[in-house]
Ligand binder design. Sequence first.
Ligand SMILES: Cc1ncc(COP(=O)(O)O)c(C=O)c1O
Length: 411
Amino acid sequence: MLDHIVGKHARDKQLESNILQISQDAKALKKQYTDVIDGTVGMLHHEEGNIFKFSVVDDLLHHLSDPEMYQYAPVRGTKAFTEGVFDWVFGPLAKKMREQFKYCVIPTTGGSGAISNTFFNFNDFGQKVLIPNHYWTPYENFAYEANIELKTFLMYDDMNRFNQIDFKEQAFELAKKQNRLCVLLNDPCNNPTGLCMTKEDWQLVISVLNDVASRNIPVILIQDIAYIDYQMKSTEFSRDNFITYTDLHENILAVVVFSGSKTFSMYGFRIGAQIGLSKNQDILNHFIRVGDYSVRARFSSVSEPAMSVIGKIFSEPIYRQQFVDEINVARKLLKDRALLFLNESEKNDLEILPYCGGFFISIITNNKNIFKDLVKEHVFVIPMGNLIRIAISSLKLSEIPRLVKILKKYI
Ligand SMILES: Cc1ncc(COP(=O)(O)O)c(C=O)c1O
């Protein structure tokens, strides 16, 4: 009755995060039973159940000077952080990207802060952002908060490949309707599906965006790369698809979203970045202008200790090497679980969506009661529309064979 206490635009706000709730239910049951399988948590854990932390991060954190620990972080970030993030994200292509693009790295409160600010600044209220029909649900919250909406295209074709045709159709339709095209792709290692787009998929996406941009329609490409460091393919090739960016039309703004949560396991520190790229300096200037403003207006600046630690790792070779060695261990941990899951699925004839990396494996199901059926067996996963998402990031190897058998029974 007293809902007029909130502004009109906030009256329907209701955070319905089934992910957090289910995760808490799983933890509660785990205290009572030893056979509970918790496939809900999108944080990397060791086999023993403790969180995977990087000792180089831990050591550096414990030896920061007072200013590195306590002062406000600069809004635009330190050079060690921003240039380091750029080099890490683009890897062997960093030099080429610097030659071809004007760019700016703006530190944000995680990848979440980066997406939220980008949604807000690069759409008119009421407009829609194009995303695939399987997506990380907080995108809905970022959109609602920014007074915009999401429009989906079909992620898969009938061969379970990226659906180039539907992407193209929906992109053209949306661009024509609202005279703006803002696309968000969470790739590689999509959450929830594990899909990695191919180079041909990216070429197609960029040719569609270029076509729209050539008609003088504003085009923004947001690429959420939260799980880029957890691909199944060798790290040597993990940045290859960025080469397709070099064909981007000069009036397009690309915003690559980096997450310190996933790359450094610094989930609670809230650090990430939006990397703005455009061939056009004026467009980049707008990105910097509104980006700086929103950082200050929405969260002031980011975590200084996290920025200090990441800056040191990226700028001092000894720490960088330590980090690279450790992330290889993290990658192997995840890969071993994924391979076992894939093997067991094959053995048990359980059809999963093609998995190429990341923290999650997904399965399509027609069972509307799947969640309850699984809970009866003490198995917790996240239902998302017609699929269930299993976080292999927090599973133990020993749990996987039993899990796959139970999934097969109820799918
Ligand atoms: C697809 C995806 N993007 C972005 C993020 C952002 O994470 P953070 O805000 O912690 O950097 C997450 C976290 O779970 C994610 O799954």
